[in-house]
Each structure stands twice: as structure tokens, then as C-alpha cells.
Design a protein around this ligand. Sequence first.
Ligand SMILES: Nc1nc2c(ncn2[C@@H]2O[C@H](COP(=O)(O)OP(=O)(O)OP(=O)(O)O)[C@@H](O)[C@H]2O)c(=O)[nH]1
Ligand SMILES: [Mg+2]
Length: 528
Amino acid sequence: MSEKICKTCNISYPDSAYFCKKCGSFLDADNYESKKAYERSEILMKRIVENLQKNPHYDILWSDVADMYMRKVEKLNNLLAVKELGADRQTLVFQKMHDFMELCMNHEFQIAFVGTIKTGKSTLINALLGKNYASMAVTPETAALTKFRRSERDYIKVTFYNPEEWRALWNSRTSAATDFEREYKELHAEEHKDKWVGHDRITKWVANNDIRDELVIWSSSKHPEHYFVKEIEVGISNLPDSFPNNVVFVDTPGLSDPVAYRSEITKEYIRKANAVIVCVDAQKIQKAEIETIASVFSFSSHNKDKVHIVATHWDKLNKPVKDWGDQKVFMKKRLVGPGFFDNEEMADKNILYAAAHIHNLCRDYYSIPDSEKVPVMQFAMNFYPPQISVKLMKEPDSMISEIQGLANIDAIQEAINGNLLANYETLLNQDIEQKYKDVMYQIRRHTEERRTSMGDLITTSMADEGEMQKRLKTEEANIAEIERCKQQLDALLKDVNKKTQSRLDRLMPILDELIQGVGSKQKANKNK
Ligand SMILES: Nc1nc2c(ncn2[C@@H]2O[C@H](COP(=O)(O)OP(=O)(O)OP(=O)(O)O)[C@@H](O)[C@H]2O)c(=O)[nH]1
Ligand SMILES: [Mg+2]
């Protein structure tokens, strides 16, 4: 079998090879009729090989699967970043690759709490965090995405919209945004805009007891600053022991936010999150609520088990036990099947109820004023038969922990720790595999598009069309000459077209193979 030798590296290759995998030089220079086309293609190939070689790999220590996919995407990222391939880092494909690499490197388990406004997301988060950190109110409250995580010291980090994001947000107000606009005016927010839009991120170390007040300033709809806040991160030093280290809770603005840009951020977040807890008000689970749940499922289609539905305000049901029983039957009927839970067993396990407000009041029962204890008493009177209610009135303390138990927060904690976190690595790996597929799909689309435009680009520049047109113009008088030039031009175009297209057709599978090779080599090493 004949061989080819790279003159630069002195490496021999089989006859079928046409470029050196070490330096990118072409091995069959003589086969090229057009010198210019040859030179340009070789420069491109050298750049591709060079970019593939400078591959700063970040070792992903926590998972072999993540490490393997990360290597592949890093390679592809370097490959597509070749300037001559028309790389534009603003495009979706680069964004997707960036998100994917971030996911592999920062393996936090993010649990997003979503739902329409006022369904009790923040109240539930506070119940699980063991203290009222997130602000809750009767009016729309959580206006910025807020992340809670364990930390050595308590802190708050605030990120603001940049001018471009702010413009997009402002222009995305829907017709339902009249309240938003009125409040914006009433709070004189416009006067604060220049100060906060584009502001650097603020990091503040705060005392644990001050977190709530500090958070209100940035996240509550009563403060003008909140309009310009994109994201808040809260580090908490004294979370309950049950709260695992790598878990982040994400409180989101309602999915039905009248400012489309903000609900888009939440939707994007649902896509990114490793698990989603959808809060719906148990008192009104109807078509709109089922639709909210359906949209969450549509962003989490590859892993239904990561979705939990929590029916909040359970204590407000007329007959909590019976009514909830009926509601759950209704929900299971609607939420099992294509696009929803895979089977009834999964639905049964992942649909829960909660009375987080009652839980929090019982938790703080001995430190809150009597006036705030009223909802606990009301619930108890409604829930228990009259003789027990009488006992409760006489000695309430004896029953507080029992009532707190009824609020069912332990079951939700259990679902998070037992179901979601026990499968922590499996779920993350599933997520990574799914997102890897998505990244590959984007890359394929991107290269398909590039393939045509790259062919055009090379063809045009090779043929020196502009120069030809100029010549044609100056020789307008000589019809024969024009005809001859035109024929020459056509012939040249045809030749270059054929060459570049067939080169490109051969190039793509070889690049695929190169990239695949990295992955399989990696796999083989791991299996040793
Ligand atoms: N009785 C009762 N009230 C609740 C429950 N959960 C929340 N609430 C009340 O419902 C109101 C809204 O609760 P939030 O936790 O602020 O709701 P949210 O979904 O975070 O609201 P936004 O952030 O504005 O979308 C507050 O007044 C809570 O006290 C519950 O389980 N039972
Ligand atoms: Mg809230």
C-alpha cells in the first residue's frame, strides 16, 4: 500500500489521507489545479488543526461521563472558534456550548421553585430553609430570580441588568403590564434607573438576622431598585443539617409575569434546573394550573421524575383531607400520559401538598405576637373535631408540633433528599447527556449552514470576481473579449466550486472522526 509523507512533520500517512493531523499541511498539493484555492484551504486546515490541539481541558473530577462530554465539547468549541470558519461567538451554538461547559464544571444541583404569582413559592422555600429569608406578601413580591445556597459566611450578591438587557425587558411589557407601569411610576423608579442599570455586581457580607431586610431592598416590588436587579444570590451560614452542600434553591418570579422578558428568564431557568418544584394553589387547581404544569413539563421532557408538583395553601381547603384526596385524583388523571408523568406511580410520588405558612407560624410560634397566630388557630378549629378544638384553646402549646407536622413540609424535604438527591449524580448525568445531545444538534445545524457559506466565501475570493468585473467593464467595446473573459470566469468558478465543495465534503466526516476519536480514546483510557 502506498503512503504519503508530511514534508513538515515527516509523519507517514495512508494513501487515503489528505492532510497531516499534526500540522494540517495538505499531503496532495499536486492534485490541486488552482494554486490560490490550495493555499487558502491549507491555511484553513492548519488553523483547524492548531485550534484542535490547543485544548485546555478542565478535569471534571466528579463524573467520568461529564468529563468525557466536556472534552468533546471543548474540542468542538475550539474548532468552531476558527476565525476563517466565520465564527461569531454571539451565536446560539457558542452560548449552548458555554452553558454546557459551565454545567459540567459547576455541578451544583439547582432546584427551581416555579409557579404563577402568589402560589406560595417563597413561603415554601422559607419552610425548607428553616427561617423566613425570602420576602412573602399578599402583593406580587419576588421580582428577581433569587438563589439560596449554603455558605461559611452569610452574604448577598446582587447582579443588575446591563443597558441592552434593560431595553429588551422594557420593550417586552405585555398588555397586562399596567400595574407594573403604574408602580414603576409611583416608585419614581425612572430616577433610579441610571444608577442601577449597568451597575457592577454588589457583594455584601451581612449578619444572618439581616438577610431578610437586605433581600427585601433588592427583590421586593415595593422598592424601586428591584426593577433593575437581574439576579440575587444569598449565602446562608446556618441552614438546617438536612440541607445538602451542593444544592441551590432558586426562587423565581411568577411564570405569568406581565413583563415577558422576566418570565422568559424563569422559563430559561426551568430548562437549566436539575429539578423543578411547581407550586399550584390547592384551592384552585383548574385548567390554567394544569397548563402551567404542562409548560414546565415541556421544558423538562427528558426527565419527568425531576418535576414535583406541590399544592400549596392545603390548610385553606374546606375539608383538607377529603378535598385534597379528590384534588389528587383529578390531578393524577390529568397529569399522567404523554407530556406529563410517565405513570400513575410516578405521579402519586411526585404530587404533594403543603401548608408552608402554617408550618412557618408553628416553627416561630413562641416568638411571634398573638395576632399572627390566628391562622394556626383557624386552621386547627377547621381541621379538628370540636372537642379537640376546645382542648387547643385551653392548652395550645401541647398541639403546636402536631399541627406543624400536618403542614407536610417533612414529606417535601423527604422528596428532595430521598428522591431527588439520592439520585443526585444519576440525574445530573442524565441532564448532561441530554444537554450534550442538544449542543450536538446545534453544532450540526451550525456546521451545515457554515458549509454552504464557507464554500461561497472561498469560491468568491478564489475567482477574484471583482477584478474580472472591472476588466469586463473597461473592455466593453470588444464584445469578443468580453465573451472570452466571461467563459474564463465561468470555467474558473466551476473548477473552484467543484474543488472546494468536494474538499468540504471530505473534510466534514474527517473532522467528525477526529472529534469522535478524542472521545473514544478518552473512554478507552477510562476503561483501562
Ligand atoms: N394559609 C396559607 N397561606 C399561604 C401558604 N403559602 C403561602 N401563603 C400566603 O400566600 C401569600 C403569598 O405567598 P408567597 O410565598 O409570597 O407567594 P409567591 O409565590 O412567592 O409570590 P410571588 O413571589 O409574588 O409570586 C402570603 O401571604 C403567604 O403567607 C399556605 O400554605 N397556607
Ligand atoms: Mg415570592
